[in-house]
Structures are given as structure tokens and as C-alpha cells.
Design a protein around this ligand. Sequence first.
Ligand code: HEM
Length: 325
Amino acid sequence: MKGFCLIILGVLAILGSVEGDLEMGFYGSSCPKAEKIVQDYVNQHVPNAPSLAAALIRMHFHDCFVRGCDGSVLLNFTSASGNQTEKVAVPNQTVRGFDFIDRLKSLLEAECPGIVSCADIVALAARDSIVLTGGPSWRVPTGRRDGLMSNASEALAQIPAPFDNITILTQKFANKSLDLKDLVLLSGAHTIGISHCPSFTNRLYNFTGVGDRDPTLDSEYADNLRSRKCRIQNDTTTIVEMDPGSRKTFDLSYYALLLKRRGLFESDSALTRNSNTLTFINQLLQGSIANFYTEFGLSMEKMGQIGVKTGTTGEIRRNCAVVNS
Ligand code: HEM
């Protein structure tokens, strides 16, 4: 009887570690050092370039929102799309960190050729680099396989735009089985990182086409952005902190700024004008940072499972930028 109970417990433990089609420690026997190699490399390099943490979590988001978390954002070319892959679509033109993922992939190929997917490397590196910024950790079950397709027009249509209103944002998230709570929590990643002017300068220079401003943006902040940062609407080189003064710290200040009408994008600001999202923002601000971290981590785990390819679908790419020939 005792042995039987132990077997049941063992089975439950195994089932408990399977998340959707992914599995905690998927590479445990096929490439036991895989997760450690990613973590060590991140620990070694991200402290010298802390802005990479923002780049990598954004890359993971953009990967997951198009064809699922399958490394499609990394492709330079596919036979179906030529070089019009997701990478060239406007939302991805400002995604950074591709060479970092390539270097990680080389290390993993040297350790266990053909075993660790590019999609998993992105998911693990995103988590490990955020931890290094002092931010939250979350579970990253693995076993994602890499996709064979990548298409610029899909990226343009499916990745939320900074100009989207709450209806469109809600729809784009719902299309990926994410709800309003996930939308608010995951937008919280804008507590770190930078933007380029064209993502928001319509709010400063020409909001409705008559040379006006977005009235929902704090006017002092708008003045500052115009006079000190984006002096012309189409400035493509200047970078602007999304959470000024705290862009390297993963904290709640992004939400506090939203309430001061200082969210940089229309999509940030939109979160304060829907009663459900506003209530949730207030709850986050009244709660502890630990609570935010827990909730954020759960939403990241959910995001990391969007449309994953497992089993025999897709492939394990040898080079993250091209499908295997
Ligand atoms: C809700 C819809 C979202 C919209 C409309 C949006 C839009 C943007 C835009 C326009 C930028 C700046 C691009 C540039 O001009 O350089 C940006 C940056 C960033 N986004 Fe989002 N985003 C959204 C959600 C998310 C999510 C879910 C995450 C991660 C979980 C995320 C993480 C980031 C990070 C970390 C940066 C800074 C990147 C860097 O420093 O290179 N965003 N986002």
C-alpha cells in the first residue's frame, strides 16, 4: 500500500511539472547543463549591458505574439517569405539583442548539438536577465520547438502598437488567450527600457492631424519631451526612458506614472481610462512589490506558453536566424 501511494505521488509530481505541453527541466537528461549555460552567460554579460534585460523580455513578447513562442522573430529568411520576415516589420525594427541570442545558441550547440531550441533560449534569457536587474523571477517550463515560418505582415498585424486603444489592445491580447489583467501586468515591463521618438511623437506634435497634442498626456511632461528629447517629430535616433529616473529598476513606478498621465505611449495611457484596468492599477499600487512580482511572473509564464510547438512540430534550429535546410 505504501509503495502504491509513493508511485501515485511520483506520478502526480511528474504531472505537476508539466505545463500545457511544456515541462519544467525539459532538458534535464538531453542537455543537463542547458539552463545553467544560459544563466551563467546572462550573469556574465548583462551586468555590463543592463539595458539588454529590457531588450530580451521585449523580444520574448514579440516572439510569442506571432505564431507562438517559436523563435520566429529571430529569422532572417524563410523560403516562403524571403527576407520579409517578422524582423523587418516596424514593431521589430527596434528589437535588440539578436546577437546575444546567437552567442548563447553557439554555446548550447557546442554543448549539445541540435537539442536546445532558440525559442527556449529566448524565454530563459529573458527571465534570467530580468532577475539580474533585481526584478521578478518566474517559472520557465521548456520544450518549445522552433517554427519554420516568419512573416512581416503577421508581426505588423498582431503585435500591439503604441497607438492602439484599449479595445484593440484587449482584442490583441485576447487573441493570444491573455486577459485584461495580463495586459496591465505585462505592460508593467515598461518600468524598464527605452523608446524611440516615433513611437509617441504624434502625441506631442500632431495628435489629430491639426498640429495638436494628446490632451491625455501631462502637459509639463509633453513640454519636456518636445524641448529636451524629441525636438522633431521624426527624430529616429534619440532614445527616451519609458520610466524616467527608474528605467533600470523593475518597480511599480510605471503604474504611478500612468496615474500622473505620464505614460509614454497611448497604449500605456489607455490603461487608465478603462474602469477595470484602472481599478487593477490602483490595486497594484496599493499592494506590495512582492505581490506585483508574483502576479507579473504568472502572466509571463502564461505568455511564454502562447502557441508553443512541441513534440514533433517545428524543429530545433541549428542557427537561430535561419531554418534548417
Ligand atoms: C501592451 C502593449 C504593448 C505595446 C503597445 C508596446 C509598445 C512598445 C513600444 C512602442 C516600445 C518602444 C519601441 C521603440 O520605439 O524603441 C516598447 C518598448 C518596450 N516594451 Fe513594450 N509594448 C507593449 C507590451 C509590452 C510587453 C507585454 C512587454 C514585456 C512583457 C514589453 C516590454 C517592453 C520593453 C522592456 C521595452 C523596452 C525595450 C528596450 O529598451 O529596448 N512591452 N514597447
